[in-house]
Design a protein around this ligand. Structure first.
Ligand SMILES: Nc1nc2c(ncn2[C@@H]2O[C@H](COP(=O)(O)OP(=O)(O)OP(=O)(O)O)[C@@H](O)[C@H]2O)c(=O)[nH]1
Ligand SMILES: [Mg+2]
Length: 719
């Protein structure tokens, strides 16, 4: 394969809502570029890009696919991204490494929620956008309506370059107002006949041509002058203006295709090759140290790993972008994140699961290699002496979580390995082994995301698994002072066990005084604090342990054992077995036996005295509460609010921001179960939310009762 230079390479993200035809269009462009010799289709499960079994099962793209095609001396690198919001990893990854987004519009649907969401991402990454209207051959295609939608949603910068002469099953011709030609296809599509614009279309074509000329001129002063002098621009000048408009996001041109019938793909590729900016025409990427890196083929070699996939027979495939210099087969590079050596044994240009060996790739290009040892997604690999380090890609926080377990205990270890591998491929799938909840929790972007994970584990890895509701990390604490004594005494055969502990416990809060006496149950108790142990609990909060023993009623050497007993109960609270927090303990008296007292006895006495005191100290269950921020279009505000109120939310504020209402609320974690699914259905996928941990709060009495009853039942079952 030929070695392409930066100005011959275009890196493109294929974005668009689900079903808009990205994968089909990619297939058609690969076919027309000669990278594949026959065109597969989605319904026959044989496209190059959707080659995973799970994609065939669901009929959707689940993974982003790195693809390339060659056309008229240019190399077009595409990343075909899944349209569903649950697989947003693909779009975010691709916007980080490509220079232009092709936003596919479905002419039967107009602008969809997914289109708007993805467009917002292109705005965030400041990438040029080209709209490609697809499905023009479909019965329900509506070109005018779709254009109108796009101009309402994305503004007057949406400018027509092509329009169909007719839509629906008869669709077979486009008028191109940049070229001022008509493109017409036979029933099999492919190479068009290029014709003069017929008289019947002349007026419309002229009008749209002038609008395009004006839009192109607007982006460059010298073009503007020319336009005023000559009244028009030639084709080259228009290209120049369109390129500038694209880069500045001041012009979003609209192209037309039928991906399925292979109509319009060639002309689109020609434009991509000739007009779309190449990497060196875009703002320079920066390293972690804010150093700009030029896309220079003669610079030091540096590559950025943006994606990893695990392929049968091949193992780990690492996808990279050449940020600087050239990469050659057999090169030794240094992983800057790990300071480890890696050998690039093989180099490929990839069209999903079709790999084409190459000997060299230069700055600006995208490629893949295999069998790197220590390298993961987000790492930078450099030639010796080069210190570039690029920031890893930032992904959105998880929105949906579930607990997962293997049906058969023997599969636990294998399940762990599979989940680890899946996380490697998909950084938005986060695996948490919760010691506290005694569950494996998988966090993802939505219910659909996690359902595809389940399908893959069961069908590809043959492990039967179950999803459960994740347990809630409750906490326990007390609300008033209480006192308890406990004597542990055992006489069996030889030496016995003896330990007696008297203690007072009370709620702890930051900055409280240490009293000299305390009144409990009408009795004044003197507290002579000799020693204080402040235990910072790993699960949050504190335990303050005061030794107030006078006159040697308990020997000092037993004090740590009493604390140990208390800590055992702190780890497994007396109410529901959850962690306890924020308690102050005074051990003020007790008894010893000269022969029978030992550590075990005092540990048990401490533990039981604490347990009894705890139950008398107005114990309360605390639940985690999250700060939730929901962005919702105004027309869905009411529904979203009433749903939140049903979730025990405390609304803290409302404001407006860029066409959205923003609701801020505090909501208990327990009530956020499956929120992403409900919010999506209430808002038709048009609302977004984030949640971050805020604090622990007491649960309402009815919730406490219900939790106590559940725990009691569980305990009874395990006895
Ligand atoms: N009639 C018609 N059908 C099309 C066209 N393009 C795609 N389709 C069909 O639309 C469906 C969805 O196409 P895909 O290519 O999978 O769409 P996608 O955008 O990749 O979808 P996701 O991967 O789920 O985001 C498939 O059944 C295609 O055969 C087109 O131009 N005309
Ligand atoms: Mg797809």
């Amino acid at each position: 394969m030929k070695v392409y230079q930066a100005d011959q390479i275009k890196n493109l993200a294929l974005l668009g809502s689900s079903g808009s035809g990205k994968t089909t269009l990619a297939e058609t462009m690969l076919f027309e570029g000669g990278v594949i010799s026959r065109r597969g289709d989605i319904d026959s499960n044989n496209t190059v890009s959707d080659y995973h079994r799970v994609e065939h099962e669901y009929g959707y793209s689940v993974f982003s696919s790195v693809l390339f095609t060659e056309y008229l001396g240019k190399k077009l690198n595409f990343i075909d991204c899944p349209g569903s919001d649950d697989f947003i990893t693909g779009a975010i990854t691709s916007l980080n490494v490509t220079d232009t987004a092709l936003m596919i519009l479905n002419a039967t649907q107009g602008v969809e929620v997914g289109t708007e969401n993805l467009f917002r991402y292109t705005e965030q990454y400041q990438k040029p956008v080209i709209f490609v209207m697809n499905h023009l051959d479909s019965e329900k295609a509506n070109y005018e309506q779709t254009i109108e939608n796009a101009q309402v949603s994305f503004g007057s910068k949406v400018v027509v370059v092509q329009y169909p002469v007719s839509v629906g099953p008869d669709f077979n011709a486009l008028v191109d107002v940049l070229k001022m030609k008509m493109y017409q296809w036979g029933p099999d599509g492919g190479e068009p006949e290029i014709l003069d614009i017929p008289a019947s279309e002349k007026e419309k074509a002229d009008e749209l041509h002038n609008a395009l000329v004006e839009a192109a001129a607007e982006n460059d002063e010298s073009l503007m002058e020319l336009f005023f002098e000559e009244g028009t621009l030639n084709e080259d000048q228009m290209r120049q203006g369109i390129k500038k408009g694209l880069i500045a996001r001041d012009l979003f041109p609209v192209f037309c295709v039928s991906a399925k019938k292979d109509m319009g793909a060639r002309r689109l590729m020609e434009f991509l090759g000739n007009v779309v900016p190449n990497v060196s025409e875009m703002p320079l990427p920066k390293t972690k140290n804010d150093e700009e890196v030029k896309c220079d083929p003669n610079g030091p070699t540096s590559i950025f790993i943006f994606k990893t996939s695990i392929e049968p027979h091949l193992g780990e495939v690492s996808f990279f972008k050449v940020m600087s210099g050239k990469i050659e087969e057999g090169m030794d590079l240094i992983n800057k994140n790990k300071e480890a050596k890696e050998r690039i044994a093989q180099l490929y240009c990839v069209a999903a699961n079709n790999r084409h060996k190459v000997s060299e790739l230069v700055a600006g290009d995208i490629g893949a290699t295999v069998k790197l040892k220590e390298t993961h997604t987000g790492h930078t690999l450099n030639t010796k002496g080069c210190d570039f380090l690029f920031n890893p890609i930032e992904y959105p926080n998880p929105k949906y979580r579930t607990a997962i377990s293997a049906v058969n205990d023997n599969d636990d270890e294998k399940l762990g390995e599979v989940l680890q591998r899946m996380h490697e491929e998909d950084p938005t799938l986060v695996i948490e082994y919760s010691k506290e909840l005694k569950q494996i929790i998988v966090h993802g972007q939505g219910e659909f995301h996690l359902n595809t994970i389940k399908w893959r584990i069961e069908n590809n890895d043959k492990i039967e698994i179950e999803f459960h509701n994740p347990r809630i990390p409750y906490r326990e604490t007390i609300t008033k002072v209480a006192r308890a004594d406990y004597r542990h005494k055992k006489q069996s055969g030889g030496s016995g066990q003896f330990g007696e502990v008297h203690m007072i416990i009370e709620p702890y809060y930051e900055g409280m005084d240490t009293p000299a006496t305390m009144k409990v149950e009408g009795q004044e108790i003197k507290l002579n604090v000799r020693d204080t142990d402040v235990v910072e609990l790993s699960w949050g909060g504190k335990l303050v342990y005061n030794n107030c023993i006078v006159g040697g009623s308990i020997d000092n050497r037993f004090m740590p054992a009493i604390l140990k007993g208390i800590m055992e109960r702190m780890e497994e609270g007396p109410l529901t077995g959850s962690y306890a927090r924020d308690i102050r303990v005074f051990v003020y008296d007790g008894k010893m036996h000269a022969v029978d007292s030992n550590e075990i006895s005092f540990k048990l006495a401490g533990r039981n005295a604490f347990s009894t005191a705890f139950k008398n100290a107005g114990p309360k269950i605390l639940e985690p509460v999250y700060d939730v921020e929901v962005k919702v279009p105004s027309d869905r505000m009411g529904d979203v609010m009433s749903d939140l109120q049903g979730r025990r939310a405390l609304i803290e504020g409302m404001s407006s921001e860029k066409g959205f209402e923003v609701i801020k609320a505090k909501v208990p974690l327990k009530e956020m179960n499956k929120y992403s699914t409900s919010l999506s259905s209430i808002s038709g996928g048009r609302a977004f939310y984030t949640m971050t941990f805020s604090k622990y709060d007491k649960v309402p009495p009815e919730v406490q009762e219900q939790l106590l009853a559940t725990y009691e039942k569980e305990q009874a079952e395990t006895v």
